[in-house]
Write a protein that binds this ligand. Sequence first.
Ligand SMILES: *[C@@H]1O[C@H](CO)[C@@H](O)[C@H](O)[C@H]1NC(C)=O
Ligand SMILES: *[C@@H]1O[C@H](CO)[C@@H](O)[C@H](O)[C@H]1NC(C)=O
Ligand SMILES: *[C@@H]1O[C@H](CO)[C@@H](O)[C@H](O)[C@H]1NC(C)=O
Ligand SMILES: *[C@@H]1O[C@H](CO)[C@@H](O)[C@H](O)[C@H]1NC(C)=O
Ligand SMILES: *[C@@H]1O[C@H](CO)[C@@H](O)[C@H](O)[C@H]1NC(C)=O
Ligand SMILES: *[C@@H]1O[C@H](CO)[C@@H](O)[C@H](O)[C@H]1NC(C)=O
Ligand SMILES: *[C@@H]1O[C@H](CO)[C@@H](O)[C@H](O)[C@H]1NC(C)=O
Length: 326
Amino acid sequence: MGRLNSYGVMGVLVLALLGTCHGELKMGFYDKTCPNAEKIVSDFMKEHIPKVPILAASFLRMHFHDCFVRGCDGSVLLNSTSNSTSEKEANPNLTLRGFDQIDRVKVLVEAECPGVVSCADILALSARDSVGVLGGPFWKVPTGRRDGSVSLRAEANAQIPAPTNNFTTLKESFANKSLSVKDLVLLSGGHTIGIARCTSFSRRLYNFTGVGDQDPSMDSNYVANLKQRKCRTQTDNTTIVEMDPGSFRTFDLSYYRLVLKRRGLFTSDAALITDSTSKSLVEDLTNGTPEDFFKEFAKSMVKMGEIDVKTGSSGEIRKHCAFVNS
Ligand SMILES: *[C@@H]1O[C@H](CO)[C@@H](O)[C@H](O)[C@H]1NC(C)=O
Ligand SMILES: *[C@@H]1O[C@H](CO)[C@@H](O)[C@H](O)[C@H]1NC(C)=O
Ligand SMILES: *[C@@H]1O[C@H](CO)[C@@H](O)[C@H](O)[C@H]1NC(C)=O
Ligand SMILES: *[C@@H]1O[C@H](CO)[C@@H](O)[C@H](O)[C@H]1NC(C)=O
Ligand SMILES: *[C@@H]1O[C@H](CO)[C@@H](O)[C@H](O)[C@H]1NC(C)=O
Ligand SMILES: *[C@@H]1O[C@H](CO)[C@@H](O)[C@H](O)[C@H]1NC(C)=O
Ligand SMILES: *[C@@H]1O[C@H](CO)[C@@H](O)[C@H](O)[C@H]1NC(C)=O
């Protein structure tokens, strides 16, 4: 009995510790200190995304990138300094746009309540709201993140999963951030509104194993179509291709249907059906309703948004998202 009790006490302690780690972000963190913060972000997204829908994918990807490098601390938003090259300059194949817009949202929020709302939170909210504008789910985003002061290109290149990654590598890089295979499958669903440069996948079309061949795991009709109509040469580094053609302005399930038809553009998309667990998750999603997908996607986004966050008195609230406070 004594032993059982002490285990019981330990269990409670462990739970309490976990509770404080996760409890530092909370829903409506700015309810009292900046009650309009979330509305300012969402109004901005409602106004601008319909004009430039591709910004939605940028904000989603930017938040993902932010969280995978040093935790969700706004490091992706920092400009390079004379000393160091920042994450913004990482991986030219996946050039992120929309930094200016985030900086503009920050200016609006600062005008309302100076020095209160972090850039990391503005980014998390922007990602949520831009998905909503394109017909995806709305979910509550826990806030209270604080901003970091370090941003290094080398870390981004090393830690952000690449379009050329296979399942093993993807699983490992997600596991490194405490994200599961299910999270991998769900977060990949963001590609429903994604675009890609030919260079991110042209090897699959032209020179997969270095003998002028194509990737046999890609639908050969689709390969022919892409070569004829989009990526006409292997070195085309300007053409942009929709990842979910026909519906890339709508946040929906069609990305997963394409992946099952072997029409995922990236090796990392095709990878989702090379593992049986992951493949059945994709199948389950396509057999379910959009609402089922939305609910699960939101959960994975919240989980991603908690990676290594700075809260309390660590970090700072940046005045400008591109620069650390001086
Ligand atoms: C910060 O970087 C962005 C994009 O890299 C650039 O457009 C902007 O001009 C930079 N801001 C300043 C003040 O240097
Ligand atoms: C640049 O490096 C110097 C010396 O290592 C350091 O004192 C300074 O804080 C750095 N500046 C920035 C912007 O990182
Ligand atoms: C996946 O990619 C990694 C890194 O490139 C490689 O070492 C590994 O062999 C690959 N795994 C499979 C199953 O192809
Ligand atoms: C996962 O983390 C380990 C330990 O830091 C690192 O060596 C490995 O390269 C990481 N794997 C991936 C795919 O990011
Ligand atoms: C970026 O594109 C180059 C070719 O332009 C390719 O060699 C490289 O593997 C690509 N990187 C990633 C991460 O896809
Ligand atoms: C295909 O890849 C191989 C090995 O990387 C390279 O030697 C060859 O020049 C490439 N072929 C073309 C047409 O680019
Ligand atoms: C595209 O390729 C051309 C010629 O190879 C090169 O000059 C240019 O810098 C490349 N652009 C990008 C965005 O990589």
